[in-house]
Design a protein around this ligand. Structure first.
Ligand SMILES: *Cc1c(COP(=O)(O)O)cnc(C)c1O
Length: 367
């Protein structure tokens, strides 16, 4: 029997697995700590702007997302003509792969890098090349050792999801300087808003000053607008031109564009969320350590928790235990991290409950 067959690479992509919806025990409140969403949701100004847009639902959106590009341009002091907005930064990453990599090409990502990278690569027929990490962090020399004549893209989430680690800006600059100039370096800065390290830079500088680097940002994390699907990239004019040619003409809806523009202007909301995240990250890491768990040092709004491999204490068992208590973390089997869970930093209540639950779990108490 013959039927249409997808292009090479498509069926090599593993199915994206969401969390199975096993609920908590009766009477327990549910905390979703599995998708790195903001516990605060969006700015009230973003909600107002979204509601106002409801009176224009019959009209196509302005196709270049001008209002949003201008708001981003003011916030980051960058040229609005070098910004492309998209329906989530996932879509932008896919457009970059589509424009710059295809059958016969290679794209490099790191061992526990963000999963959208290999998906975007394979979906466009190109080959994934995986560079090892050191202590769950990207390693510039390991990436460089994987570069060959077919390399078209290097993907780097900085900070990375799900590890929470980051590369200092001098290392990112060394990577860029050592890569061949025809290789596109994509810096995914989804979690940059949470980082306050002096040696960190999100990638705007390299995207502004080179002909071969782009940086992507999202409204799904600190801005609390994951449901609306808005992301953007900033890069050299020729790359922006290529992406604009292949992107869908009405890629961001009017309501999403308006809400995101209002969100980026609400610095107080972002600052509040950032301070909360830092405070509870600094509390969670040593508390989890006292419970007997290893935690990878994170600069993002989540932490990677490593579990023992002995029966009774494994990540899989911890996940079941926590879920019964209404605390849903992210298992990472498909990130090749079967012994770890990713915890999104939540409200004070959620954070305290997680530590309490993990203390009970490690002590062998019942859920
Ligand atoms: C959450 C996340 C994004 C955001 O994706 P959207 O499609 O904009 O929601 C991008 N990159 C990384 C590494 C992420 O974890």
């Amino acid at each position: 029997m013959s039927h249409p067959v997808p292009r090479p690479g498509v069926l090599d992509i593993p199915q994206y697995t969401m969390n199975k919806s096993v609920g908590p025990d009766p009477g327990r409140k549910l905390f979703r700590l599995s998708a790195n969403e903001s516990p605060f949701g969006p700015s009230s100004k973003a909600i107002e702007a979204y509601q106002e847009a409801a009176s224009h639902l019959g009209d196509y959106p302005e196709g270049t997302s001008r209002v949003l590009r201008e708001a981003i341009s003011r916030a980051f002091e960058i040229d609005p003509n070098r910004i492309v907005c998209g329906a989530g930064s996932d879509v932008i990453l896919n457009l970059l792969a589509q424009a710059f990599a295809g059958v016969g090409d290679e794209a490099i990502s790191t061992a526990h890098g963000f999963m959208v990278f290999p998906i975007a690569t394979s979906a466009n027929g190109a080959t994934n090349v995986v560079a090892p990490e050191v202590e769950f962090a990207a390693d510039v020399d390991a990436i460089l050792s994987k570069v060959g004549p077919r390399t078209k893209i290097v993907w780097l989430a900085n900070p990375n999801n799900p590890t929470g680690t980051y590369l200092p800006s001098d290392e990112v600059k060394r990577l860029r300087a050592s890569l061949p100039s025809h290789v596109l370096l994509v810096l995914d800065a989804a979690y940059s808003d949470y980082v306050s390290r002096r040696d960190y830079e999100s990638g705007i500088e390299l995207a502004a000053g080179t002909e071969n680097t782009v940086v992507t940002h999202t409204f799904s994390k600190i801005h609390g607008l994951a449901a609306l699907r808005v992301g953007w990239m900033f890069g050299p004019a020729h790359i922006v031109d290529a992406v604009n040619r292949i992107r869908p003409p009405f890629i961001v809806s009017t309501s999403a564009m308006r809400a995101a523009a209002a969100a980026i202007e609400d610095r107080a909301h972002q600052q509040m969320s950032k301070m909360h995240t830092e405070r509870w990250r600094d509390w969670l890491i040593p508390e989890l350590g006292r419970v007997g768990l290893k935690v990878t040092h994170s600069v993002a709004n989540f932490v990677l928790i490593h579990f023992p491999i002995e029966p009774g204490k494994t990540a899989e068992e911890a996940h079941r235990f926590l879920t019964r208590r209404g605390l849903v973390l992210r298992p990472l089997k498909n990130y090749r991290l079967p012994h770890a869970l990713r915890l999104t930093i939540g409200t004070e209540e959620a954070n305290r409950l997680v530590v309490e639950a993990l203390r009970d779990f490690m002590a062998g108490s019942p859920a």
